[in-house]
Design a protein around this ligand. Structure first.
Ligand code: COA
Ligand code: ZN
Length: 312
């Protein structure tokens, strides 16, 4: 079997996407986005068939003023998704964030610790060890929370540069030891390359056999889709992305947005990999964001001719 056909056979038949534009996309926008607009966009995402939506973050409103209406958005989204198979999720930075999310009816929370100490300090005002101790407290006091650990700066840090693979594995192992079995490896500043993705995933697979793993890849250097392809070849079938290519951490200078969900779904469709998402409805949301949200859209498809009249 040659390398090309061999690689095609190892691609997943379907992938699960988590839409993060209402959180990662909006957190970085200074101008206030009305709560009603946020809710309309969450509704559009829901209608497009996305099964996992990170609708907001329960962080300090002093750190991220744009997320100060988290409870309203979350409660609306939880009611909207009631009796459906859609997961409403939120990012949390600490125990207080977990308490707030749970009180709005959100069970699936993404707790963030950076693999790099300098970024964790800027982002969370804590050392990674302090953030980890808070995670232990959260697991103990709120067993009903379904916690995913988001490992930020897993592929590079805006303050320290390279992040050793061992630092990522050590953090994951500590979390695994307290019962976390869902992880998202985040390229917070979008500097990963496909070979690096392959190397890190190889180490992760060597060390952990029974975890749920997702990737969150920013597109600063234009390699997010290439990195997703590299990850799929390693068996990863869960990705986070943001409509329009929105996103960026306000505490990670110089980072561009995420892989654009509509570009990713278009790529998956053309590769005959199922995402169960309606591309036309996703593009409607991208256009809605373009009209209503003061941000620039970096996704390609929303600006491109789609050549729908042909089958390529
Ligand atoms: N939600 C709302 N308010 C919170 C909070 C939360 N999750 N955590 C802390 N606060 C409030 C406290 O109640 C306190 O309020 P007060 O001044 O009115 O008494 C204030 O924030 C300071 O609390 P403290 O625990 O000392 O937090 P801090 O100032 O050291 O900030 C974080 C730490 C983690 C709360 C803050 O850095 C943060 O929210 N970071 C998130 C950054 C982010 O979203 N990055 C992008 C996504 S990864
Ligand atoms: Zn991000």
């Amino acid at each position: 079997m040659n390398a090309a056909t061999g690689s095609l056979f190892s691609l997943p038949a379907s992938v699960t996407l988590t839409e993060v534009s209402p959180r990662d996309g909006f957190q970085n926008i200074e101008q206030w986005i009305p709560t009603e607009t946020k809710i309309n966009i969450v509704e559009g995402i829901f209608r497009s068939g996305v099964k996992n939506i990170e609708v907001t973050s329960f962080v300090s409103p002093k750190a991220i003023p744009q997320m100060k209406d988290a409870a309203i958005v979350a409660e609306y989204a939880v009611a909207m998704a009631k009796n459906t198979d859609v997961n409403i999720m939120a990012l949390i930075p600490n125990v207080k964030g977990a308490e707030r999310a749970l009180s709005c009816g959100i069970r699936k929370v993404n707790y963030i610790i950076s693999a790099s100490p300098l970024h964790n300090k800027k982002n969370m005002n804590r050392t990674p060890q302090e953030s980890f101790e808070a995670l232990c407290e959260l697991k103990k006091n709120f067993p009903e929370a379904d916690v995913t650990l988001g490992v930020a700066t897993a592929f590079g840090c805006p303050f320290q540069g390279k992040v050793p693979v061992d630092d990522v594995i050590t953090l994951m192992r500590a979390a695994r030891d307290i019962g976390i079995n869902s992880f998202t490896l985040c390229d917070t500043i979008g500097v990963a390359n496909p070979r690096q993705v392959e190397t890190l995933l190889h180490e992760v697979k060597k060390n952990f056999s029974d975890i749920q793993l997702a990737l969150h890849l920013h597109n600063t250097h234009g390699m997010a889709l290439a990195n997703i392809y590299a990850a799929m070849l390693q068996g990863v079938d869960r990705f986070e992305s943001a409509i329009g290519g929105l996103g960026g951490c306000p505490f990670a200078p110089g980072a561009a947005g995420n892989a654009a969900t509509e570009d990713l779904v278009n790529m998956l469709n053309r590769m005959e990999i199922n995402s169960n998402i309606d591309l036309a409805k996703l593009l409607d949301v991208a256009n809605q964001i373009r009209e209503l949200v003061p941000c620039s859209i970096s996704g390609m498809l929303v600006k491109a001719r789609r050549y729908d009249e042909f089958s390529f």
